[in-house]
Design a protein around this ligand. Structure first.
Ligand code: ZN
Length: 116
């Protein structure tokens, strides 16, 4: 009987990770990606800011894990900036290429959790 290589671990279909998404590659990419806080206009690295995206038609909410598709806007993780951002819906709408936006109620509840 011929000697065989040990069997490979069975691969789970649909669990493929793109080769470009190694931790090092994504880190390198993120370091260059400065985002603007729509509350105060300061620029910071994406991972320091709070991402917001459409959670439903015309509704914008937090996307802390960055799982939502489409455009994102960013905000400092401070109550001051988030409140300022929420007062300026037109700016958020423009940044998201939308006519108008409403904010999820969940956005308010972020104060004290991911927002200091
Ligand atoms: Zn800010």
């Amino acid at each position: 009987m011929m000697k065989r290589f040990p069997p490979r671990k069975s691969r789970q279909p649909g669990m493929r990770v793109p080769a470009s998404e190694t931790p090092a590659a994504s880190q390198r990419r993120q370091e260059k990606q400065l985002r603007t806080c729509l509350g105060c206009g300061a620029k910071d690295r994406q991972e320091h800011l709070l991402p917001l995206a459409f959670t439903g038609p015309g509704r914008v909410g937090p996307d802390v894990e960055r799982r939502l598709p489409g455009r994102h806007v960013y905000c400092c993780r401070t109550e001051v900036c988030l409140k300022r951002l929420m007062k300026n819906r037109k700016r958020v709408a423009r940044a998201l290429r939308a006519e108008a936006v409403e904010f999820d109620e969940g956005l308010q509840s972020l104060f004290g959790s991911v927002v200091a």
